[in-house]
Write a protein that binds this ligand. Structure first.
Ligand code: MV4
Length: 505
């Protein structure tokens, strides 16, 4: 493997360039019109323009990307995450073109692509799954019979599903027929497949996932868990490794279960098994993500392994360096920095990044795809970068994340930076007391409370205001704000205080 074409953009493209460079492999970036000046383009050894902004005309043109790879003499393609990374046809087309696919075999992507097929595989492997079916429901009568058997509440899920589309919680038998019809309709629209199956609904679990790495010589290891419960509308916001809910014995059980499922699928390369973990410590396989994931860095930090390098090494035929799962060391937390405005319903924010000051110092990692001058549009995902910290303990990692978020300055677009500061300051978060519902339930409180740095800012302004009033009193002038008629006595300080909500007039 001498030259890799990276069929992606942004932070993950840059991440792959870095792994290639450390292994002495040349990298080829691709870019759409708005990405011509993007950091990943300059970082790579070569770059090729592939089309206009819409992904369907650039980053999703698989056949064209293969053509480009052959033209520039690349011998491998890395798909990153999203875009073409989990398209069975693309993995197959890359291999058929005589190129190395840096990912799992097309057959493993297909096996895990259907949720019902994945459940069947997991059951065969002895990996625990949620009680439910592996066949699409035929009609409402069958759904009613099965729901009564499993007990309410139940969950209807699209077989082709992902991201919560085509999913309905059903609390009583009378609701089933309508829920089934609407789940089928939504599944048909989203995936072109209306197959819906049924599971027992697990209430209030955590989302814990296991990283696996499998080589082409039949070896497969688990690399511990990531705690991914902190999500909103199926978008993860904060991830950690390890999970406060997982001890070494549970880690071993979940790791073995993930490896068994991966082996049953004939898995090779990096992949992740998603589980629900309930309050009693029971865990249930949900699905397998057949790609490198956004949150891979937290595993890299606690395991001391470069997962993207290992994707490349495995694809060129190397063996795993060890066959026993290592235990995690220390604690890592990742915050996804997005161009969304949490104060405004997480509305995507666009514009030019006017200023960018990055955090640094002990235990801080920035995986970003932006720089000052970058234009953030609406053509791609709003995730701009990931801020990842590493420290000996969870408490120290949280303190470190707060410090790093305070150092971070992004001007020109709204971001999730302050939201993350509020999460880090939250008592329940700090206690590790979270579930998959936690963020959405806690959001009103998190958003209404003043962030710690705002409180400090308010205190500074209040102190300055008092000093100003005192100075005016001593000099015989009327104190700032004593009149509310907009007269000369109003000072800049009292204007500021009013804007900060410290004064009414
Ligand atoms: C569930 C569940 C509760 N019980 N299955 C959401 C998307 C898909 N990956 C599976 N999902 C869920 N399946 C049963 N039987 C709750 C969820 C779920 C969820 C899972 C992981 C992360 C975030 C989630 C948010 C809402 C619901």
């Amino acid at each position: 493997m001498r030259k890799v074409l990276i069929a992606n953009r942004g932070e993950i493209a840059l991440r792959i360039v870095r792994a290639c460079r450390e292994l002495g492999i040349r990298s080829v970036a691709v870019y759409s019109d708005p990405d011509a000046q993007a950091p990943h383009v300059r970082a790579a050894d070569e770059a090729v323009h592939i089309g206009p902004a819409p992904a369907t005309e650039s980053y999703l043109r698989g056949d064209h990307l293969i053509e480009v790879a052959k033209r520039v003499g690349a011998d491998a393609i890395h798909p990153g995450y999203g875009f073409l990374s989990e398209r069975e046809w693309f993995a197959k087309a890359v291999a058929d073109a005589g190129l190395i696919w840096i990912g799992p075999p097309a057959s493993a992507i297909a096996a895990m692509g259907s949720k019902t097929a994945a459940r069947t595989l997991a059951i065969k492997a002895g990996t625990p799954v949620v009680p439910g079916t592996t066949q699409a429901l035929k009609d409402a009568a069958e759904a009613e019979r099965l729901a009564t058997e499993f007990g309410f509440p139940v969950l209807l899920k699209a077989a082709a599903g992902g991201g919560g589309k085509g999913m309905r919680v059903v609390h009583e038998v009378g609701e089933i027929a309508n829920a089934l019809a609407s789940a089928q309709r939504e599944a048909k629209n989203a995936f072109g497949d209306d197959a819906v199956y049924i599971e027992k609904y697990i209430d209030g679990p955590r989302h814990v996932e296991i990283q696996v790495l499998a080589d082409s010589h039949g070896n497969c290891i688990a690399l511990g868990e990531r705690e991914c419960s902190i999500q909103r509308r199926h978008q993860k916001m904060v991830e950690e490794a390890p999970s406060v809910a997982v001890n070494p014995a549970l880690r071993k059980k979940m790791g073995d279960a993930a490896v068994a499922a991966a082996k049953a699928a004939g898995y090779v390369n990096a992949g992740t098994c998603e589980f629900l973990l309930d309050k009693n410590g029971s865990f249930y396989f949900l699905e397998m993500n057949t790609r490198i994931q956004v949150e891979h860095p937290v595993t890299e930090l606690v395991m001391g392994i470069d997962l993207v390098q290992w994707q490349l090494r495995i694809a060129r035929g190397e063996r795993l360096p060890f066959l026993e799962s290592p235990e995690p060391k220390g604690w890592a937390i990742e915050c996804r920095i997005t161009s969304e405005d949490p104060a405004n319903g997480f509305l995507p924010s666009t514009g030019r990044i006017t200023h960018l000051q990055l955090p640094a110092g002990p235990g801080v990692r920035w995986d970003g795809g932006i720089e000052a001058g970058s234009v953030v549009g609406l053509s791609y995902d709003p995730m701009l970068a990931k801020l990842i910290v590493y420290a000996p303990t969870r408490e120290a990692a949280i303190e470190r994340m707060e410090r790093a978020l305070q150092e971070l300055v992004i001007g020109g677009v709204e971001t999730s930076r302050e939201f993350h500061l509020r999460v880090m300051a939250d008592a329940e978060y700090r206690a590790g007391d979270v579930t998959i519902q936690w963020l959405e339930q806690r959001l009103p409180e998190i958003l209404s409370r003043k962030a710690p740095e705002e409180t400090l800012r308010a205190a500074v302004i209040a102190a300055a205001l008092i000093a100003d009033m005192d100075r005016r009193a001593r000099s015989g002038a009327s104190p700032a704000g004593a009149r509310n008629d907009g007269g000369a006595a109003r000072s800049a300080w009292s204007d500021l205080a009013r804007r900060e909500g410290l004064r009414d007039s």
